[in-house]
Write a protein that binds this ligand. Structure first.
Ligand SMILES: Nc1ncnc2c1ncn2[C@@H]1O[C@H](COP(=O)(O)OP(=O)(O)OP(=O)(O)O)[C@@H](O)[C@H]1O
Ligand SMILES: [Mg+2]
Length: 247
């Protein structure tokens, strides 16, 4: 089972969502691999304090002698297996994103769930991966989308990515992140997405400073600050995700 995490705009919370939902499933005893598919600006490693490792996804894509398993690290606190990317420009140039498909194809047989964190927008780096994915999560930042411009901004953003996912026959869900609005505004937004765009909202996560703190600590907020509002929200979202994926 492979799940791709995407967003229309940068900084919406793809990587945070990938880190926390993979943590949730790992804590539920699934064998989980989180791959950093953002080849140009990878940062999944930071969320798990794996930003300075010897082998990365880039080493695998660059050098056929590097076994993909060498670039998989088990995060001790959460049990999530992580394949981080390299932050060095010289590792990024001249690699083939196409090879990413072979890596994920191979990893799909070794893990119950493979999360692929994507670059922002139409994820050209990970596009070939859509062919072998099963699910697509669209992370939408609500903070910058006040309700009056909702129609034009959020809907357009979700619609584009939804069309992309549908083209590859993926199951598509939405996660709202960095929410500062009140409960009734959120309900209105969720209704609009579910009714007008016909995609389920898997969960919504409030804006919470525990999130950047947890990234600094290298432990996803779900485990780092379990009593925080963001952790509670990721927990609930994880429960819905588990039901959605595994019934
Ligand atoms: N719920 C939240 N509350 C507060 N801050 C958050 C929340 N979610 C994410 N952030 C912060 O927003 C920033 C961007 O988050 P993240 O890296 O997950 O987004 P992204 O979509 O992966 O970004 P990029 O486009 O750079 O890949 C991070 O600094 C993170 O700490
Ligand atoms: Mg990211």
């Amino acid at each position: 089972m492979a799940l791709i995490v995407v967003t229309g705009r940068g900084g919406a919370g793809k990587t945070t969502t990938t880190a926390n939902l993979s943590t949730f499933l790992a804590m539920r005893e699934y064998r989980v691999l989180a791959i950093d598919g953002d080849l140009y600006l990878p940062n999944l490693g930071f969320h798990f304090a794996l930003d300075n490792v010897r082998y990365t996804l880039h080493s695998v894509l660059r050098n056929p002698d590097v076994d993909p398993e060498w670039a998989v690290y088990r995060h001790p606190q959460t049990g999530v297996h992580v394949m981080p990317g390299s932050t060095q420009l010289q590792d990024v140039l001249g690699i083939s994103p196409r090879k990413l498909v072979d890596v994920i194809d191979r990893m799909k047989y070794k893990f119950g769930v493979v999360f692929v964190d994507s670059p922002t927008g139409i994820p050209f780096d990970t596009l070939p991966v859509f062919e072998l994915a099963d699910y697509q999560l669209i992370v939408v930042e609500i903070e910058r989308s006040p309700i009056y411009s909702f129609e034009t901004m959020v809907k357009n953003e979700i619609e584009k990515l939804k069309t992309l996912g549908e083209r590859y026959g993926l199951n598509i869900g939405v996660v709202l992140n960095k929410v500062r609005e009140s409960r009734d505004v959120v309900d209105e937004i969720m209704d609009a997405i579910e009714e007008d765009l016909n995609v389920p909202v898997i969960g919504w996560v409030p804006f919470d400073n525990s999130v950047p703190e947890s990234i600094n600590a290298g432990i996803p907020v779900l485990l780092y600050a379990p009593k925080s509002p963001a952790a509670a929200a990721f927990y609930e979202t994880g429960e819905v995700l588990e039901e959605w994926m595994f019934g």
